[in-house]
Write a protein that binds this ligand. Structure first.
Ligand SMILES: [Cu+2]
Length: 263
């Protein structure tokens, strides 16, 4: 009996850890990757467990999003689209013939794992309701997309300063089927070794948290993703279990997703 109980306890822990890894992902999906300089481009911000299928409307009050140019993010007005299960916004495509960056950053909500399931709120707040908290965590999310890639500029490699950032080393204009697409993962301004998952739009639309490719960035932050299909690719880095804040949450996690199109 005791042995069975401890097996159940062990199973419970595994479940909690894997659920924690399954927070939904924040993904930028421009409606086009080629847009005329000076025009308005519609962009979708999706929150999902399935790639790339919109599933949830995030809390717009916690998100900054827009075009990143001249060293700063110009924030767009965000519109929660409940009918389409996504956030809509538009950006003014920068002038000139260089590639352009669109970015979104979301500060995390605290979620607690409890015997009654997941509850939003800090450890203090949930415990004040008389509910036991197994684990409280917060996940901050960063995402970026590159439009108008061109063979003649280096703007695609601009580091915009996200706490966790995936920076292309390969020019997206040169991304090709059957070849490696190289990225650099940067955490707090330093190259970081992290798990790197990648997939493309339409690879698997029936299953959650399913990616086409897995690798890890090395100590220089470099990861190579083998491109196995044309289309929209997402490349995702993750850092888990950063220190928490006493009484608020036990750990903080970071997610960062780069979106590029492969012709
Ligand atoms: Cu979700």
């Amino acid at each position: 009996m005791r042995k069975i109980t401890s097996m159940f306890v062990a199973f419970g822990i595994v479940t909690v850890l894997s659920l924690q890894a399954q927070a939904h992902e924040l993904i930028l999906k421009p409606t086009s990757f080629k847009a005329a300089p000076g025009s308005d481009l519609a962009v979708e911000l999706q929150s999902t467990h399935v790639f790339i299928v919109k599933e949830e409307v995030e809390d717009i009050s916690k998100i900054d999003a827009g075009v990143f140019a001249d060293g700063k993010l110009t924030k767009s007005i965000l519109n929660g689209n409940d009918a389409e299960l996504r956030i809509d916004f538009s950006v003014k495509v920068p002038e000139g013939n260089s590639s352009a960056l669109i970015a979104a950053n979301k500060s995390g909500d605290v979620w607690c794992v409890t015997p009654d399931g997941w509850k939003p709120g800090t450890r203090k707040a949930i415990e004040a309701e008389g509910i036991k908290v197994t684990r409280a965590s917060m996940t901050d999310k960063f995402t970026k997309a590159i439009i108008n890639p061109s063979a003649s500029d280096k703007n695609f490699a601009t580091v915009i300063g996200q706490e966790l950032e995936v920076v292309p080393v390969t020019n997206p204009a040169d991304a090709k089927m059957g070849q490696f697409f190289k990225v650099k993962v940067i955490h707090n301004g330093q190259p970081a070794s992290t798990p790197v998952f990648a997939t493309y739009d339409g690879f698997v639309a029936e299953l959650e948290n399913t990616y086409a490719y897995y690798t890890e960035s090395n100590s220089e932050g470099i990861a190579n993703i083998k491109i196995t299909s044309p289309g929209i690719w997402i490349i995702r880095a993750a850092v888990d279990n950063l220190p928490g804040v006493e009484g608020e949450y036990d750990a903080r996690n970071l997610r960062s997703i780069l979106t590029v199109e492969v012709k």
